[in-house]
Design a protein around this ligand. Structure first.
Ligand SMILES: [Zn+2]
Length: 78
C-alpha cells in the first residue's frame, strides 16, 4: 500500500533540486506551488529569475541568528 504521507518528489526544472507539490498549498491563482521536501516551505529556487534582494537579506539574518544561538549555547555550557 502506498503511504499517503509520502511526498511525490519531482525535480525543479531550473536547479534540479527536489521539490514536491501539495494540493493544499496553492498560489492565489490556484496553481500548485513547488515546495521544498525538507523544510516544507515554498521552494526557493537558486536559479530563479525572480531572485529578490529581500530573500538575500533574510538569509543573512538567519545566518546571524544561527551564530547568536551558537553563542548563547556556548555561554550556557560554560
Ligand atoms: Zn529550483
Amino acid at each position: 500500500m502506498l503511504n499517503p504521507y509520502v511526498k511525490k518528489i519531482y525535480k525543479c526544472f531550473r536547479c534540479q533540486e527536489e521539490i514536491y507539490f501539495d494540493n493544499n498549498t496553492k498560489s492565489q491563482t490556484d496553481k500548485p506551488i513547488p515546495l521544498d521536501p525538507i523544510t516544507n516551505l515554498p521552494h526557493d529556487c537558486s536559479k530563479s529569475n525572480f531572485k529578490s534582494r529581500k530573500k538575500t537579506v533574510s538569509n543573512e539574518i538567519m545566518e546571524l541568528e544561527k551564530r547568536e544561538i551558537e553563542r548563547i549555547r556556548r555561554i550556557s555550557y560554560d
